[in-house]
Design a protein around this ligand. Structure first.
Ligand SMILES: Nc1ncnc2c1ncn2[C@@H]1O[C@H](COP(=O)(O)OP(=O)(O)OP(=O)(O)O)[C@@H](O)[C@H]1O
Ligand SMILES: [Mg+2]
Length: 470
């Protein structure tokens, strides 16, 4: 053993913990102790451990729960279960849930050392045979989740590990990092995939509306409740409920949500009858709930209930190599969708993209490529098609022109505009044609805001009036 092996011991009995520490330290192991499952799992996420020893019967969190969670969070760590009750059932249960081995109390020091040595060998063997990088997770009906960077491979692995379970997942990450995509990936790889995936944007609704949306209401329970309406907890029954932007829940709604989750049943507003809920919950946030808990604006008990399996999506700038595969992915996607034969992207364009910081993360990259595919006039996307914010106007052939002249700049802008005009025109005409010259629908289809779409029409001198009657 050239590196010290780190062992985490989770047991509610101080005597056992201390006894194990003494034995293991004597044998040259580094040992951390945790008095319950929650503390143990917390330590597991902060430090790196090679082996976990956990008691089975503990007050706050049963050993099987601890075991199951470790299997999802860090499947490569062998878990040895120790139990004070030599029941066949509990041992079988532990093994069925992926324990590496088990031991009944009382045991001799050499017995536990033997098990740990076996676990070490097992772990070493597993590490070498671990599947080589997953660089993509297919999400039927919503494309694929791509990335080849180390952090994203970890994310993919975790998504696939957690998908078949019913565990609550908390997805965090900056805007545009793929939180919703991650939630869909979990749903589509779970046994609930044939059942509904219901996404609720906690941002979009006023507090009173949100509660009636979530929990439902009975007719006449408040002004405007003209019909009895089932809540989204019922609509999502059997499937997955995705609470997006959960940090925006008010304290009152947080309390109500917590009660529903604790009791696993929901009572509609104005109703008296509670119905049991059967949903898998996934929550997402781009703000740190941990900080909000400290600030007192998010309930800690709700946070603990949501943060069973954390999935953190790193910003795109921290995923080396991902921009390159995402560029290829989106070029292919949009040339197919738009029906243009774009074969790729010029090296200069690729370099400027790879040097860009993407504050809007993958969503921003996606939008840039979509626009570039629309604008591109050749088979390749050029740097000019990218229109990166803040990019200098430094096209190769123009690099020597004195740029301090406003006139020149304006000329250049006009030239570019003239070059893209026919393409833009074809683009808006096609969108309008497909949508019967309905501006709202055409804007929606192209993913543009209506005012922006209208501004584009105006700039291009396209009049909708002559067509709308036909
Ligand atoms: N790794 C990826 N591979 C392919 N497409 C991706 C990837 N990550 C994100 N996308 C795409 O980028 C867009 C933004 O992703 P998504 O909506 O999941 O982000 P988000 O984190 O929920 O953002 P927000 O916080 O703004 O709601 C979507 O169109 C999604 O399909
Ligand atoms: Mg989102």
């Amino acid at each position: 053993m050239d590196e010290t092996c780190n062992v985490l011991v989770i047991d509610d009995e101080a005597v056992i913990r201390e006894g194990l520490r003494q034995t293991l330290v004597q044998e040259g192991y580094r040992v951390e102790l945790a008095a319950n499952g929650k503390i143990g799992l917390d330590k597991l996420q902060k430090d790196s451990f090679d082996i976990v020893i956990s008691d089975l019967k503990m007050p706050t969190m049963h050993g099987i729960e601890v075991l199951k969670t470790i299997r999802i969070l860090q499947p490569e760590i062998p878990v040895i279960i120790i139990t004070g009750y030599a029941t066949v059932d509990s041992a079988v249960d532990a093994m069925k849930n992926g324990a590496f081995d088990y031991l009944t109390k009382p045991f001799l020091p050499e017995q536990i050392v033997e098990k740990i040595q076996a676990a070490e060998k097992h772990r070493a063997a597993r590490l070498t045979e671990l599947p080589q990088g997953i660089d993509k997770v297919e999400i039927p009906a919503c494309g694929s989740f791509v990335g080849r960077s180390k952090p994203m491979q970890k994310v993919f692995q975790r998504l696939l590990q957690v998908a078949p379970t019913n565990s609550t997942v908390l997805i965090t990450g900056e805007s545009g990092t793929g939180k919703e995509l991650a939630a869909r990936a979990i749903h589509n790889h779970s046994q609930r995939k044939e059942q509904p995936f219901v996404a609720v944007d906690c941002n979009a609704l006023a507090e009173n509306l949100l509660e009636s949306e979530l929990f439902g209401h009975v007719k006449g329970s408040f002004t405007g409740a003209t019909q009895t309406k089932p809540g989204l907890f019922s609509v999502a029954s059997g499937g997955t409920l995705f609470l997006d932007e959960i940090s925006n829940l008010s304290m009152t709604t947080q309390a109500k949500l917590l009660r529903v989750l604790q009791q696993r049943e929901v009572t509609p507003i104005g109703g008296t009858k509670a119905t049991a809920i059967d949903i898998r919950l996934i929550a997402a946030t781009n703000r740190s709930l941990e900080i909000m808990v400290e600030a007192g604006t998010f309930r800690d008990d709700l946070y603990f209930r949501l943060n069973i399996i954390p999935v953190e999506l790193p910003p795109l700038r921290e995923r080396p190599g991902d921009a390159a595969v995402l560029i290829n992915h989106f070029v292919r996607k949009f040339s197919e969708e738009i029906g243009k034969e774009i074969k790729g992207i010029t090296p200069e364009a690729r370099i400027s993209l790879e040097n860009y910081s993407f504050p809007g993360n993958v969503r921003e990259l996606e939008n840039i490529i979509e626009r570039a595919v629309v604008l591109a006039q050749g088979e390749q996307i050029c740097r000019g098609d990218l229109e990166l914010p803040g990019a200098a106007d430094d096209d190769e052939e123009e690099i020597n022109i004195p740029l301090n002249s406003e006139e020149l700049k304006e000329k250049k802008r006009l030239a570019r505009e003239r070059a893209v005009e026919p393409v833009e025109k074809a683009f808006v005409f096609a969108a309008l044609e497909r949508n019967n010259w309905n501006v709202t629908k055409a804007a929606e289809e192209t993913g543009m805001l209506r005012p922006n779409f209208q501004a584009m029409l105006k700039k291009l001198g396209v009049s909708v009036k002559n067509h709308s009657a036909s």
